[in-house]
Design a protein around this ligand. Sequence first.
Ligand SMILES: *Cc1c(COP(=O)(O)O)cnc(C)c1O
Ligand code: SF4
Length: 345
Amino acid sequence: MTEQRAINGVAEMVATGLVPGDAADALRPVEEAFRIRMTGAMRGAVATPDDAVARQFVPSVAELTIRDEELGDPIGDDFHSPVKGLTHRYPDRVILHVTKTCEVYCRFCFRREAVGEEGTLPAPDLMAALDYVAVNPAIREVILTGGDPLVLSARRIKGLMERLSLIAHVDVVRIHTRIPVVAPEKVTAEMVAALRGARVWVVVHTNHAQEIGVAAEAALARLADAGIPLLSQSVLLRGINDSVAALEELFRKIMRLRVKPYYLHHCDLAKGTGHFRTTIAEGQALMAGLRGRVSGTLIPTYVLDIPGGFGKVPLVRDHAEPLGGGLWRITDWRGGVHEYRDPAR
Ligand SMILES: *Cc1c(COP(=O)(O)O)cnc(C)c1O
Ligand code: SF4
């Protein structure tokens, strides 16, 4: 396989054949509104224009359709931000936006209005955020997000891990990243060494089996071999992974790579992303299709991040309905109905 270079902007997408030349003019306003970038690894993973990989990164005029319900800050990051770069929504955990940069700019990104600005969180802000964590013993977990935290150098990640390790009440550092899949060469031996032994869990963002190439497999193996527990999060995307077969293939593939599917996100109400969004009922039907068909270990929780900053909730289809008097109506994975009497205490 030949090494491919990263592609920035519409002109480079035209030059590499991802966008037809006569479509470039219509995409100019998209480029003005949202960053455009894909890595060489993702360019290499595109098999045909408009396939499941291309659609995630190649801009479309559909992004210019902003629906009434779509928001600049769809999950309410800014509603619970006591210090710059930090969101404290749940009592026991915070998210820390260490950078706004990513290796790729996903067309459906939930933080698309925030990502893309150059640079990392300035040192004084990072210091203030870490001080906030240090004086709040209720915070048991620090989640590094962005942008993509692993765009930082291994040296900076190592420094951050060392600083966090000095805060005794922080049990877990969780890193949400797309880099092992989209830029696997960035998971260097130095990066793995910086993460190893630092109470780190890595949550890999991946949406389709086709985007996980041999280099990504090797990067995930380097992390797993270092003893770093791996979870995944995926976004349910119309025309990309909205079939039981696509989800099954993705989850089987990552389980083999020692990554446990954690969350399947209902596509957030970010501006210009309506063409990617399924209905909740469609998402629930897909989850029901997976149940029983694949191992329970492969099944993530399908979640909605409630607009306005109210947090994530599982979008479960109920299998248990109370009938009163300790009697329950239970529906199995095939749709069969059973009565279950809850033993009295
Ligand atoms: C998603 C998110 C978390 C993490 O939620 P989990 O359900 O623990 O994965 C924490 N804080 C904020 C603000 C979030 O958006
Ligand atoms: S990698 Fe994550 S934060 Fe960056 S553009 Fe994609 S979805 Fe957004």
